[in-house]
Each structure stands twice: as structure tokens, then as C-alpha cells.
Design a protein around this ligand. Structure first.
Ligand SMILES: Cc1ncc(COP(=O)(O)O)c(C=O)c1O
Length: 375
């Protein structure tokens, strides 16, 4: 892979990035022009650390919170890092899922946080272990969760698990960081309530941090993500943001605000579903037809990812090396675990390749798995 985009002759299930046909190019061009014409005097200047006022209002309305509780950031990864920096610079314990988003693991380990894990497997989240960790010493400062279209597995926590998590957070006053980068990309089934919203509805406002992004649902090049934070966190995070980058770029925020305020989001999400659904279905069909029975995989109702558990004898790092030789890329699953686990797992992103590429790539991959088993 050169830079971010896969080489032309490679079928990539590796990066969780949109394909170029997903971008609402014409609408964003209009929004850019209107944003500059209408509000260029504000949007072309430095701005407040919390971001472009009208977008904060739009998001505040959507989440039922005051605009001051919304911090619009140059991508949601920055939000993760700012929260980690604020909470863990002096040390402390973080609970994460196993597996979980690898960049959050990097961020926690770079700052020296004491990371402990709770399994997120085929049976959902290990709530018994979570209870133990929440009551144990040292007291955790944060639970980092991806309830909806989890990166890397593509799974969702059930409504019962969400309610149990809220009970647990309230009982142990545990701060929950919900990372929802993919929640809007539902292809099947009904939307589930966010854990942060459920927490807030039960009086746990101080315990809920919600993070989301327009990278997957509109365009990552805009670099617009946001946090909804408890009142107590807003000031320190804004201070860190100012120290780090003075001001977020307001122009893409104003452009995105114009796009959203014009009512473009829902039709665009509907369009994305028409691209994501056949890619996911094709991947599932090929796996069902050609994977050996020892392998298992998730069946995501949305998002970008599917998670493979290969037969126990297969090393995914080795498999990935061989896959490159046949022009296929994916991410071995070990990097999504804290510690040495997941050797026979892999994450497949179905967002980037076309339906035909998904089919050919999955056929090559399943053939390799069969070969490995026969060796
Ligand atoms: C779970 C998760 N959180 C956060 C991000 C960061 O996205 P961005 O900084 O583009 O908003 C990503 C991107 O891949 C992600 O998968």
C-alpha cells in the first residue's frame, strides 16, 4: 500500500476507508461555496477550540444537549487522544474491549496507562469480568467501548447489554467512553440507542463521553469528528485542544454544517447503504460457500468490518504475507488485542473494494486458507 490508498492492482480489505464512489462530491462542492459566501468572515478565521458554532448547535440538537457540551474536532481520533491525555497523563487504569480499536490501544500504551481488558466475543461483552474490574483496585478511570458496529468485529451490543452497562456504570460511577464512528451505517435491522444517551437519561450525565465522526458517513478528508462530554470535561479538553492546534479548521466544519442543514445526511446514508450492503453480502456469500468449516466469522448489520476466526492452526500474519502475493490485503487480528492474542484472527473491511473485487478477493483468500489447512 502506498500511503493510504491501496495500489491499483491490490484488492484491499485492510483499511477501514470509504471508496471514492461514496463521496457526495457535487453536494459538498455546493456546500463549500455556500459556506464561504455566507459565513466566510467567520469560517476563514481562527475559531473557538470547541468548533464552528452552528455545527455545535446542530449536533447539540441531535443529541439533546447544550451546544457547549459538543466539541467539534479535526477528526475523532484527536478527541480520543485528548481525553486519554487529560485522564491518563498522571497514570491510571483503562478498561478496553478485547479486541478493540488498535489506535486507541496505541494511544493508551503511549501514555503509559494500565490497560485491562474485557472480552468482546461471539457471546457479547463479558459483563461478569467487567463487574470485577469496575469494583477492583485500582479503580478504573475509563471504560472504552464500541457498542455499535465495533471496530474490528462489526458486531453490536444488544439492548440488554446496553442497559446492563448503564446499570454497571451508575453503580460503580464508571466513566464510559462510547466510540461511535460507524453507528450511522446500518444496513439491516433497527437502530439501537447509544449507551451514552441511555446513561444520560438515567441521570448519568457525568459518566458519558460520546465520540463520533463524519469520516465514515460523509468524507474523512473533511476531518470533522466530535465529542459530547460531561460539563466537567469540556474545559480541560478545550484547553488541551487550544494548546495542541490553536483552533480547529472551521471551514470544513462550516461546509459540513451547510450539507447537514440542507437535509442531505439521511439521503446520503441511504445511498451509502446501497453500496455497503452488496459488498457485505458478497463477502458473506463467498465465505459461506468457500471457507473451510473450521473457520467462523461475524455477520455485521452495518459498519465497515467483518471479523474472521480462522482455524486454530493458521497464523494470520503468515496468511497475510501469502495473501499479498496474490494481490489481497487484510489486517491480521493480533494488533486489535492488548497483549499477545488473536493469532488466528483477521479483520476484513468491505467498504473500499467494489462488489467484483470483494468477490475475487474473498475467493483468493478462502483458497489460501484451504491451502494452508492442507499443508
Ligand atoms: C473506531 C474508530 N474510532 C475513531 C476513528 C477515527 O476516525 P477520524 O479521526 O477520521 O474521525 C476511526 C477511524 O478509523 C475508528 O475506526
Amino acid at each position: 500500500m502506498t500511503g493510504v490508498l491501496p495500489e491499483a492492482d491490490t484488492i484491499s480489505f485492510a483499511r477501514g476507508i470509504p471508496s471514492p464512489d461514496m463521496f457526495p462530491v457535487a453536494l459538498l462542492a455546493e456546500s463549500a461555496r455556500r459556506a464561504v459566501e455566507r459565513d466566510g468572515r467567520v469560517a476563514l478565521n481562527y475559531g473557538p477550540p470547541g468548533g464552528y458554532g452552528p455545527l455545535r448547535e446542530w449536533l447539540g440538537d441531535r443529541h439533546g444537549v447544550a451546544p457547549g457540551r459538543v466539541l467539534v474536532l479535526p477528526g475523532s481520533l484527536i478527541g480520543l487522544n485528548l481525553v486519554v491525555e487529560h485522564l491518563f497523563r498522571p497514570g491510571g487504569r483503562a478498561i478496553v474491549e478485547a479486541p478493540t480499536y488498535d489506535r486507541m490501544l496505541h494511544s493508551l500504551s503511549a501514555i503509559g496507562a494500565d490497560v485491562v481488558t474485557v472480552d468482546r466475543g461471539g457471546d457479547g461483552l463479558d459483563l461478569d469480568r467487567l463487574h470485577g474490574l469496575a469494583t477492583g483496585e485500582p479503580r478504573p478511570k475509563l471504560l472504552y467501548l464500541l457498542p455499535t458496529f465495533h471496530n474490528p468485529t462489526g458486531t453490536c451490543l444488544t439492548i440488554d447489554e446496553r442497559h446492563d452497562l448503564v446499570d454497571l456504570a451508575l453503580e460503580h460511577e464508571l466513566l464510559v467512553f462510547e466510540d461511535d464512528a460507524y453507528g450511522l451505517l446500518r444496513v439491516d435491522g433497527d437502530a439501537l440507542p447509544n449507551v451514552a444517551d441511555l446513561l444520560r437519561a438515567r441521570g448519568g450525565d457525568d459518566l458519558a463521553v460520546f465520540s463520533s465522526s463524519f469520516s465514515k458517513s460523509v468524507a474523512p478528508g473533511l476531518r470533522v469528528g466530535y465529542l459530547v462530554v460531561p460539563e466537567s470535561l469540556g474545559g480541560p479538553i478545550e484547553a488541551l485542544a487550544t494548546r495542541t492546534y490553536v483552533s480547529p479548521p472551521l471551514l470544513p466544519q462550516a461546509q459540513l454544517h451547510d450539507f447537514l442543514a440542507a437535509g442531505n445526511l439521511d439521503p446520503h446514508l441511504e445511498f451509502l447503504r446501497t453500496l455497503l450492503r452488496p459488498r457485505r453480502d458478497t463477502l458473506l456469500d463467498v465465505l459461506a460457500a468457500r471457507m473451510p468449516p473450521e473457520a467462523t466469522w461475524t455477520r455485521p448489520d452495518g459498519g465497515y468490518f467483518l471479523w474472521l476466526e480462522l482455524p486454530a492452526t493458521i497464523d494470520a500474519v503468515e496468511l497475510e504475507r501469502r495473501a499479498r502475493d496474490v494481490g489481497v490485503r487484510f489486517v491480521p487480528g493480533g494488533g486489535f488485542f492488548h497483549g499477545d492474542r488473536g493469532r488466528n484472527t483477521a479483520r476484513l473491511a468491505f467498504s473500499y473494494p467494489s462488489v467484483d473485487q470483494v468477490r475475487v478477493g474473498a475467493e483468493r483468500l478462502t483458497a489460501l486458507v484451504r491451502e494452508e489447512l492442507d499443508r
